[in-house]
Design a protein around this ligand. Structure first.
Ligand code: ME8
Length: 648
């Protein structure tokens, strides 16, 4: 059997965080399990490097776009190497082979009659070279990014005939109930498609950092829409439109994504595949978000947790175990060191680690480390049968991507082991001279640990390899077949004494908040230049208009305000900036304004400042004020403006 497993390809506009690590850990687990079963397996990950977003991120740093993409892509690749991720390929959308494949796909779609040329009409900001939907425009039709007036512009664009695939997609979802996991997400996708699909603009002429449309079109101002380019990576990696070398792996077995990009994978992607006459992946698994203090972790919010830092302090395999065990697949989970420590202490140290230590200790005392399974079935048939029933049922959880259930069930094997030791008390039997019985119990537990290690291998590869080594065997397809499928017991062997694998962790091992959040920012700007970090301001003290526009100042309406307990200076505000949800802003203005007096009034907010923590509370912006020896006053619009209106 062939299995093909993919992660999304990650944008190179910022470093990887634990959200990216989570998707990659799950995909790695599925790939490792598939290999353990002896299946031919191909595991793909990589980076998504085109589009305006990347072009702009590079521009901001004053770097050539390719150089910028090279650096971040390498950083993802290095991280996965450090984490021992077993991907067979790391694709980059700037790879020449990928670009050739994407162009071949575009030509095929055209030949199929699924691509046509028309005009894309919308509100265009010349300065930002971007179309914005009506709903995003600021007061009087202004650009939400730079605040300049937008104009209605018609841009020539190629369109993909997505509407044609509405019915085929619905039929497919109906017939393949396991196509989208978890199932709750399937309903969401189906109702979206039922609502009607518009044709999709798949080229842009407003920027150039993308794959050009095929030369046969003689239309070189068009580059491909980044999502068309990116989604096709899953087949170009196998040689689509090129050497087709590995196309035998298509269709993918499992394509993992975060819920944020499910629509692209469950609607656009299958439609593209139908257009290319390629089969659809067997399943798209959409997991939930890792949050921090209840908020989605994201590069733009600056509240990300660095997976390297966590791995350095706690161990990468402990992190893998925690992430997969803690949160049911599909649901959101809040990352906290406390939760990680609790899992490590209770599941890994208490349940698994102690059992291993007990076997090592008992075998040392009673048999000079020698273990023989010869009497296990004589005294412990029930325990062995119960364990086999659990182990045999695990795979279904994996197929449903219910990794937390998989681990929860697997842990029951350790419970059987611990219970057997308590009930059969080998130390009593030794005293009574019933040595065979005592040694049978020790051998039972060694066998339970061995079998459990095999099934834990895909999640904790190195740790389980160490356990297997201590128990005189190696985790391979052969031992998987023997110990799990054929329910065999271990051959006689001598235990290797190893130090405890999971020492208990008492206190958090790293600073409680990511570095960015520890740097407290002043709640109101100070007027004293010596207090400011002005290293980026040139010597003449002057900045360009573009530099000024990097600061996004917006009008906000204060919805709620309250005093921060134990602080004489701080007020906590909820401010509407015309976004989906109001921002929480902690401001040092309590000495000058009462909370009550602010509700319903307007303020000016620096809206693109990195979030910071003040007295443990997240502050997502800075309120502008002027302060001199007579006191402080807020800077406000003279007459009321719409929440979110740009200042500048
Ligand atoms: O969307 N919690 O790239 P991206 C859990 N290039 N997972 C998270 C997460 C979080 N807080 N944040 C990110 C893109 N992820 C496109 C994909 S695919 C053809 C193109 C994970 O860098 C999750 O898997 O924004 C999410 O789908 C992915 O990273 C988005 O990464």
């Amino acid at each position: 059997m062939k299995n093909y497993i993919t992660t999304p390809i990650y944008y190179v506009n910022g470093e990887a965080h634990i959200g990216h690590a989570y998707t990659t850990f799950i995909a790695d687990t599925l790939a490792r399990y598939s290999r353990l079963q002896g299946n031919e397996t191909y595991f793909l990950t990589g980076t998504d490097e085109h589009g305006q977003k990347i072009e702009e991120a590079a521009k901001k740093l004053g770097k050539p776009t390719q150089e910028f993409a090279d650096e971040i892509s390498a950083s993802f690749k290095n991280l996965w190497n450090e984490f021992d991720i077993s991907n067979d390929q790391f694709i980059r959308t700037t790879d020449v082979k990928h670009k050739i494949g994407v162009q071949a796909a575009f030509e095929k779609m055209m030949a199929k009659g699924d691509i046509y040329k028309d005009f894309y009409e919308g509100n265009y900001c010349v300065s930002c070279e971007t179309f914005f939907p009506e709903s995003q425009l600021m007061d009087g039709g202004c650009c939400p990014d730079c605040g300049r007036a937008t104009t209605i512009v018609k841009e020539e664009s190629y369109f993909f005939l997505l509407s044609k695939y509405e019915k085929p997609l619905m039929d497919y979802y109906e017939a393949h109930t396991d196509f989208i996991l978890p199932k709750s997400r399937r309903n969401e996708v189906m109702s979206f498609v039922k609502g009607g699909l518009h044709d999709l603009s798949v080229t842009r002429t407003s920027f150039s950092w993308g794959v050009p449309v095929p030369t046969s079109l003689n239309d070189d101002k068009h580059v491909m829409y980044v999502w068309l380019d990116a989604l096709l990576n899953y087949v170009t990696a196998l040689g689509y439109g090129n050497d087709e070398a590995k196309m035998g792996f298509w269709p993918a077995t499992t394509q993992l994504v975060g819920k944020d990009i499910l629509r692209f994978h469950a609607i656009y992607w299958p439609a593209f595949l139908m257009s290319l006459d390629l089969p659809l992946p067997k399943r798209i698994g959409a997991h939930g978000w890792w949050t921090r203090d209840g908020e989605k972790m994201s590069k733009s919010k600056g509240n990300v947790v660095d997976p390297r830092e966590v791995a350095q302090h706690y161990g990468v395999e402990n992190l893998r175990y925690f992430m997969m065990r803690e949160v049911p697949f599909g649901q959101d989970g809040d990352f906290s060191q406390r939760a990680l420590i609790d899992r490590m202490n209770s599941d890994l140290s208490n349940d698994l680690g102690n059992l291993l230590n007990r076997v090592i200790g008992m075998s040392e005392k009673y048999s000079d480390f020698a273990i023989d399974s010869v009497d296990v079935l004589k005294y412990h048939t029930k325990e062995i049968d119960d364990a086999h029933a659990i182990l045999g049922g695990l795979e279904t959880y994996l197929n449903d991507l219910q990794l937390h259930r998989y681990l929860e069930e697997l842990w029951k094997v350790f419970t059987i082991g611990n219970k057997a030791i308590e009930e059969h008390a080998p130390w009593v039997k030794i005293k009574e001279g019933r040595t065979d019985e005592a040694l049978a119990t020790v051998a039972l537990v060694a066998n339970l640990l061995a079998k459990a290690a095999v099934m834990l291998h895909a999640i904790m590869p190195k740790t389980t390899a160490t356990i297997a080594d201590a128990l005189g065997f190696e985790i391979t397809t052969k031992s998987y077949q023997a110990l799990i499928l054929n329910k065999e017991l271990l051959q006689a062997f001598t235990i290797k004494k190893i130090p405890p694998l999971f020492p208990r962790v008492e206190e958090p091992l790293m600073p409680e908040a990511p570095k960015a959040m520890l740097d407290e920012v002043p709640a109101v700007p100070t007027t004293k230049t010596e207090d400011k970090k002005v290293s980026t301001v040139p010597e003449d003290g002057l900045i360009t208009i573009d530099q000024f526009f990097q600061t996004s100042i917006k009008v906000g309406t204060v919805l709620e305000a309250e005093e921060v307990p134990k602080s004489s200076k701080l007020l906590k505000l909820k401010v509407d900036l015309g976004e989906e949800s109001p921002r929480q802003i902690v401001a040092g203005i309590r000495e000058y304004y009462s909370a009550q007096s602010l509700v319903g009034t307007q303020v000016c907010v620096v809206a693109n400042l990195k979030p910071a923590k003040l007295m443990g509370m997240l502050s997502e912006g800075m309120i502008l004020a002027a302060k001199d020896e007579d006191g402080l006053c807020l800077i406000r619009p003279e007459t009321s403006r719409k929440s979110g209106c740009s200042v500048g």
